[in-house]
Ligand binder design. Structure first.
Ligand SMILES: Cc1cc2nc3c(=O)[nH]c(=O)nc-3n(C[C@H](O)[C@H](O)[C@H](O)COP(=O)(O)O)c2cc1C
Length: 395
């Protein structure tokens, strides 16, 4: 065979040459490696590795299976083709230097994995963390593999095609007497509701003070990445505001039950459908996830009560990617925006005397069924319950 049989491509700075330890040792792949196609061979990478190993000679592919389990030097040497046997120390050095394989300890854990295994990292979280927490500003990666996004497809204001629109009452200042610091002091999760549901006026105020569009602005004018951003009461990375609010209205005085999109531009609700089965399932899933709540006292005796309204946050991934495809930060920033919205909803609900509860669990599939959106153009990424709290909620 001509050319290199195996090679090491640096993916991070500080790639150091490592050699096999003295004496008897065993090595194996990091438990976080993935194998992917690369030009005319295979590439082995790991979020923890400083280099990617590229296998070009197909006769080396059997090494992949061997290194799944801990191997001693003789085993690795034995799976090399005859003409490469004399290079076994270089192959081991290349695997160890890259960080895709490590020397095992007594428990069979590769040295490079030890901290991650001790802290319980999953592959998905580690890959996401390493991918989004590099020291970088304006980094461009994998441009050759990316399809450019047409920004016009993802305008700042999201106009939906809907069955009918209901204007919400204008925001009122009646009964909003708490000072900001009282709101911060009193904010807490409430998961129980009284018999009388919330009304359209309060829901309108809740949405207005959380998410209404104050202004459309021009971001990075003059640069090739210029785009339209939005200003709202809640903050959003790059003023992109790629999160939309959808409401599963279970019961609300003045509004029909159903699934709605909140139009934050003209402060109205666009109805998508009645409370069909996927909507009911979303409400039930929300109620069921309160049963894991740490403060049992605030849940029982009405454990698992359906909220008056379930707020579903859905991300327009393409809008975020139109700015962040190259940095690879889109999904990380979407989740940070969701956190920012959770806190805004908590504070505004508290100021209005509503019962707020952020949720950990949700189903993009149910959202897809209820909204009818293609799942990857707009997908649910967060849920929040609100309702009319029982009169003893603040005792
Ligand atoms: C991101 C996030 C996810 C949450 N998930 C749930 C949940 O699934 N079920 C639930 O009952 N409460 C959930 N909560 C509420 C927390 O349990 C609550 O904030 C925590 O117990 C502290 O109580 P406090 O909000 O009254 O200060 C969540 C809160 C946040 C911010």
């Amino acid at each position: 065979m001509e050319g290199a049989a195996i090679c090491l491509a640096p993916v991070k700075p500080l790639l150091h040459r490592k050699t096999a330890p003295e004496g008897i040792y065993r090595i194996k792949f990091s438990k976080f490696v993935i194998v992917q196609p690369w030009v005319d061979g295979l590439e082995i990478v790991s979020p923890l590795a400083t280099g990617a190993v590229r296998l070009k000679d197909q006769r080396l592919f059997s090494i992949l299976l061997q290194l799944v389990a801990a191997c001693d030097e003789a085993t690795i040497r034995g799976c090399l083709p005859d003409d490469l046997q004399s290079h076994y120390a270089d192959v081991i050095s290349l695997l160890l230097s890259s960080g895709v394989a490590g020397v095992c300890d007594g428990r069979g854990v590769a040295d490079i994995d030890q901290d991650a295994v001790e802290a319980g990292w999953t592959f998905e979280d580690l890959a996401f963390h390493c991918h989004t927490r590099e020291k970088m500003i304006d980094l461009c990666r994998n441009q050759a593999r990316q399809t450019p996004i047409d920004k016009k497809q993802f305008p700042a204001k999201h106009q939906r095609i809907i069955r009918g629109s209901t204007a919400l009452p204008l925001p009122s200042s009646v009964n909003h007497n708490l000072s900001f610091f009282q709101v911060v002091r009193e904010r807490k999760t409430i998961r129980a509701y009284q018999e009388q549901p919330i009304n359209a006026g309060l829901l309108s105020d809740f949405l207005w003070h959380s998410m209404h569009i104050r202004e459309e602005i021009s971001c990075d004018p003059g640069l090739s990445r210029a785009y339209a951003g939005l200003l709202k009461p809640v903050a959003s990375a790059g003023a992109l505001h790629s999160i939309e609010l959808y409401l599963c209205i279970n019961r609300c005085i003045g509004l029909q039950p159903g699934f709605y999109h909140f139009d934050s531009s003209d402060h109205s609700l666009g109805k998508l459908c009645d409370l069909i089965d996927p909507c009911l399932q979303m409400l039930e899933l929300a109620a069921a996830s309160t049963c894991r709540a740490p403060q049992a006292a605030s849940v029982s005796p009405s454990q698992g009560q359906l909220p008056d309204v379930l707020v579903v946050m859905a991300a327009r991934y393409g809008r975020n990617a139109s700015l962040h495809q190259q940095t690879g930060l889109s999904y990380a920033l979407i989740l940070k925006d969701v956190g920012s919205i959770y806190q805004q909803l908590y504070l505004v609900a508290t100021a209005l005397g509503l019962a707020p509860c952020g949720l950990s669990f949700g189903s993009s599939e149910l959202f897809h069924q209820a909204s009818g959106h293609p799942g990857l153009l707009e997908c649910s990424v967060g849920e929040f319950m609100i309702g009319n709290p029982p009169s003893n909620a603040w005792l």
